[in-house]
Design a protein around this ligand. Sequence first.
Ligand SMILES: [Zn+2]
Length: 477
Amino acid sequence: MNQRPKFLPRCVDARQPAIRAAGATAACLALLAWAGFAWAATDPGVGAYALTGSGQAQRAYAGRARIERTPEGQFRLTLERGDGASLEGALERRAAGWRFAVDLPGRGITEALDGRAEARRTLRATYVVAADGSLTGKWRVLEGRRPVDWGTEKLVPAVAAPVSGECPTRVHVAVSVDWEGRELAESNLRAMRALRDALPDVPLTHFLNAAYFTKAGADPARVAASIRSVLRPGDETGLHVHAWKSLIDAAGVPFRSEPTFWGYPVTPPAGGGDYGHDVEIAAYPVPDFRAIVRRSRELLSGAGFSLSPSFRAGGWIADTKVLEAIRGEGFEIDSSATDTTWHDELASYPLRGRIAALWPGVTKESAPFWIRTPAGQVLEMPDTGALADYITAPEMEGYLRAALDRCAAERKHDLFVHVGFHQETAERYASRVTEALRAVRALHPPCLVFETLSVCAEKAKETLATGSAGSTGGAGR
Ligand SMILES: [Zn+2]
């Protein structure tokens, strides 16, 4: 195969203010490097890039690139230029930027027709990372030592190619926490505080459960202090309900023991204690569930937690009765819709089938949508990325990257995505959220915003009102 790659680089970032200010040319930079001038090259972002460039022989070209980081901390670049071959090699830190040098396939590697080995052809490029995360570079193709082509190119993060210097569309990411009402173990709260320290600019949407306050012997002041220890300014506190016996009793409603997530009725635990977490809240008629929601609000607001209009059903089981009840109690935003493809761990239980039946067509790409209930409209903000118990860090990162790529490719409307974790399993799984969000944020995508669910919902309403919502399923209930 003697296919000739379409291009090749070497370079200096003319847009780098420092370089521009110095009026430096490549020769100047080389001189500075030679003189021992210390230039700390900014690390390139890991991820996908869109590529454009031009050269003497091959004129303008486009393609794509990818930068990865090896476990040893080295950067590797893969270039695909137009219909040229894929080129892969190390990015090596230099004083003035990042050097990339690879042999070109075909000539120099195979023998020419006349049997003589042709001169080896290499591509040499130098890139500089700009403040917006793009890489600009100059390149040369050498045949032996003789330059046969040269030009410039630019690599723009695929998720962050702003139009007119601004983001025409954004990816709104809500990160939520389901508080199950089971326990407030210090190990889990500590893990949550670690997440807050690692992601100080990411607000959380807490779906609080009032059952901590109805457990036998609960000290309301201590419960409230434990919850408050992981809240931060800017967080949102919504409501999460599981049908705990103590909470149902506190609401003055007859307890129901089925149907449950796992397919068999609950029974009181032999050693005593609260139970009913796994009973569907959809088991309760609208008036009863309204009383449960009302009591939950009283308990939480009595402890100082002012609730937002956001709700999530235990086990994502929000049927039409549940939605009517919460809307009747003032909750206008629901986040119970989810994509059960994440829940493969639940494959052998009725819960997964119930979620799928309640939310047909909801996928990880579903946009917000309105649901009509007899008590009024509810804005459904799907929990598109489920919770961290069911999605690994690489899966979550890939999911967020895909949303950013989709936003950059479509540029038609804002996208809304959702990830989260449970308070009760934070010690095991919260780090997945930290890891994924850190990795995505390292791409410096300017179109990515972390917001609470209510803030996302306000933007979603605007999007829905203009008819530009990019729903790919899930609408209509
Ligand atoms: Zn729950």
